[in-house]
Design a protein around this ligand. Structure first.
Ligand code: CDP
Length: 237
C-alpha cells in the first residue's frame, strides 16, 4: 500500500459517542492531523461566558457576531500527552471548555450562522492538504463533503451518558448522571433540528454503532475501512 497517499477522514455523530477518542487513536496510528471541531465551538462558548455575553442561559448573538473577529482559536500539541489542546486568544483552555457550563450553551452558540461560517472556513484551511481526521457534526456534509472516508458514529443514549458521566465526574464530584443525560439529549435535539447545517448522516457515510464495541474494536473496524480506501485511492491515482 502507498502510505504516502493522505486521505481526508470525516467523523460525525451524536454527543459523547466517542468520536474524538476514535479520531485521536486513528490519527496516531496513521500519523495524521487530528482536529476536534467541537472544541472550537466550545472555545467560542467559553469566550461568551468570560465576556459576559450570556444572561440566564441565552447568548447575546448581536454582540457575539460583532466580536467574532477578535476570537482566535488555535490547537497546540501538549508535549507530554502529545494530544492537541485548544488555545483561546493565546490561553490554554482545554480543561475549561469541557465544563458543563460550556456544554449547556454550546449548541445555541453553534446554531449561529456567522459562528459556523467562521469556524468552517478555519477547519477547511486546516484540512487543505489532506492527511486529516476531523470529528464533529457537519464534517462529512459541509466542511469536507469530498472526504474519502466518512463515518457516522452513534451509541445508545444511556451508554453515551454513562461514558460522559465517568469522564466528567473525575474532575467534578458534584455533577450528576441526570444533569449529563439531560445535556446530551438537549444538545442532540438542538444540533439535529437547527437551520444551519444540522447534524445528519451524509449519504455516503458509514454508520458505526459502538454501543457494544471496545475502543480497540472500533479502532480496528475503522482502520480496515481506511486501508480499503487507500487501496482504492492508489488504484484510481
Ligand atoms: O464531545 P461531545 O460529542 O459531547 O461534543 P463536541 O464534539 O465537543 O461538540 C460540542 C457541540 O458543538 C455540539 O453539541 C454541537 O452543538 C457543536 N458542534 C457543531 O455544531 N459542529 C461541529 N462540527 C462540532 C460541534
Amino acid at each position: 500500500m502507498n502510505l504516502s497517499t493522505k486521505i481526508t477522514i470525516a467523523i460525525d455523530g451524536f454527543s459523547s459517542c466517542g468520536k474524538s477518542t476514535l479520531a485521536k487513536a486513528l490519527a496516531k496510528k496513521l500519523n495524521y492531523i487530528f482536529i476536534d471541531s467541537g472544541a472550537m465551538y466550545r472555545g467560542v462558548s467559553l469566550y461568551c461566558i468570560q465576556n459576559d455575553l450570556v444572561k440566564e442561559g441565552e447568548v447575546n448573538e448581536t454582540l457575539l457576531i460583532k466580536q467574532l473577529c477578535g476570537i482566535n482559536l488555535t490547537f497546540k500539541n501538549n508535549d507530554n500527552t502529545l494530544k492537541p489542546e485548544l488555545f483561546l486568544n493565546g490561553i490554554n483552555v482545554e480543561h475549561l471548555i469541557r465544563n458543563i457550563d460550556v456544554a449547556s450553551i454550546v449548541s445555541k452558540v453553534a446554531s449561529i450562522k456567522e459562528v459556523r461560517e467562521k469556524l468552517v472556513l478555519e477547519q477547511q484551511k486546516m484540512g487543505e492538504f489532506g492527511g486529516i481526521i476531523m470529528d464533529g457534526r457537519d464534517i462529512g456534509t459541509v466542511v469536507f463533503p469530498n472526504a474519502e472516508l466518512k463515518l457516522f458514529v452513534t451509541a445508545d443514549p444511556e451508554t453515551r451518558a454513562q461514558r460522559r458521566f465517568l469522564e466528567l465526574s473525575e474532575t467534578n464530584k458534584s455533577i450528576t448522571f441526570e444533569e449529563i443525560s439531560y445535556n446530551l439529549e438537549e444538545r442532540d435535539r438542538i444540533d439535529s433540528t437547527r437551520k444551519e447545517s444540522p447534524l445528519r448522516q451524509a449519504n455516503d457515510a458509514i454508520l458505526l454503532d459502538n454501543s457494544n464495541l471496545t475502543q480497540e474494536e472500533q479502532l480496528e473496524f475503522t482502520f480496515k475501512l481506511v486501508q480499503e480506501k487507500m487501496r482504492n485511492e492508489v488504484v484510481h491515482e
